[in-house]
Write a protein that binds this ligand. Structure first.
Ligand SMILES: O=C(COP(=O)(O)O)[C@H](O)[C@H](O)COP(=O)(O)O
Length: 337
């Protein structure tokens, strides 16, 4: 904490940068990293008063919160840890915050394995599962099924533009699962061979809508048309409490260069001369070509057959009951008590 104007430990800044750059990614992994970063902040805090300690932790939470907007596991994790920050002295506050963060990380791992056991009950010997993106919750269901001796095959969607399907394929191959990797646009053709669509979630809204990697909603609609059940594996930390009071989930828009590299853009945009005119005007962006890169989309509840959590499986329409039980009616920002 060299800069006197900043109270956030460099390790927290580094974790925030890793989340923003997607070196740390996936809703559960982000939550785990955020809780760990708050524990580090608590451990290394040089605060001399309880008030200064609390300020530092709140500032660290804000730094982490501002990285990616869609996965609610991030604010849920921050809120959980900060609510456990308790004590009259800096030493007590430090100990309680670290203990709370560690408890959170333990519970997260336990919830994923419990969820996996629940989800595995839906998988039968010889089933073919189609996946989208890379979800540790979804993979936990397959892992639990494999541990029970159930044979599973997978059709893995590549997941443009970041190709998280490769991470899924690598993990499944490590477990010995036969994998067919397909481009996203081949999904409908291969659904004929699938017994389940299995995806994770970044956020689940009070009406049972599932916010997950862009392409999930199209896959779910097509799966319904093909008669393939859609199973969403999501720990309860993915439930978005603010949606109970009418808030919507922000969909992250990412850098267009993930879709179109600068040299590719130059080739496309060069033709009508607008790029050159724009460059002469000193405006390098007005080349008449816009690229949109939403990272997530929303799947309406009617296309989802089951949401599998560590508390059991739910039809999406009834998830609000669990949400009320776990979060109450209101929440507020993670750093507000
Ligand atoms: O959409 C993604 C990841 O998106 P990104 O790669 O943009 O972070 C995953 O399906 C969910 O986060 C659930 O993952 P998990 O089950 O591991 O929490």
């Amino acid at each position: 904490m060299d800069d006197p104007g900043r109270n956030v430990d460099p390790a927290v800044e580094a974790t925030a940068a890793d989340i923003a750059a997607m070196d740390v990614r996936g809703a559960a992994t982000i939550a785990d990293a955020a809780a760990g970063a708050l524990a580090t902040q608590a451990d290394r805090s040089d605060a001399e008063t309880p008030a200064a300690f609390r300020d530092q932790l709140r500032e660290a939470a804000k730094t982490l919160y501002e990285t990616r907007p869609t996965a609610v596991s991030l604010p849920n994790a921050l809120r959980y840890v900060l609510r456990g920050m308790d004590g009259e002295t800096v030493a007590e506050l430090r100990a309680s915050t670290i203990a709370r963060a560690e408890e959170f990380q333990r519970d997260l791992a336990q919830a994923q394995s419990t969820l996996g056991a629940v989800g595995s009950n839906r998988l039968r010997d010889g089933d073919v599962v189609m996946t989208h993106c890379h979800s540790t919750d979804a993979l936990a269901c397959i892992e639990a099924a494999l541990e029970d001796g159930t044979e599973i095959e997978a059709i893995v969607k590549e997941t443009r533009p970041r190709k998280q399907g490769h991470i899924t394929a690598r993990q499944l191959r490590e477990w010995g699962v036969p994998v067919t990797l397909i481009v996203d646009s081949a999904a409908r053709r291969y659904l004929d061979r699938a017994d389940h669509v299995l995806v994770g979630a970044d956020s689940i809204a009070a009406d049972g809508s599932v916010v997950n990697k862009v392409g999930t909603s199209g896959l779910a609609v097509t799966a319904r048309e093909r008669g393939v059940p859609v199973m969403v594996a999501a720990q309860t930390i993915k439930l978005h409490p603010d949606t109970m009071t009418g808030h919507t989930v922000e969909i992250e828009m990412r850098d267009e260069r993930e879709v179109l590299a600068d040299d590719e853009r130059a080739e496309i945009a060069a033709d009508d001369g607008r790029a050159e005119i724009a460059a002469d005007d000193g405006d390098s962006t007005d080349d008449g070509l816009s690229v949109e890169n939403p990272a997530f989309d929303v799947t309406p509840p009617r296309y989802v057959d089951a949401i599998v959590t560590e508390r059991g499986q739910f039809p999406p329409e009834s998830i609000v009951t669990l949400m009320r039980e776990l979060f109450g009616e209101t929440t507020g920002e993670p750093w507000e008590r």
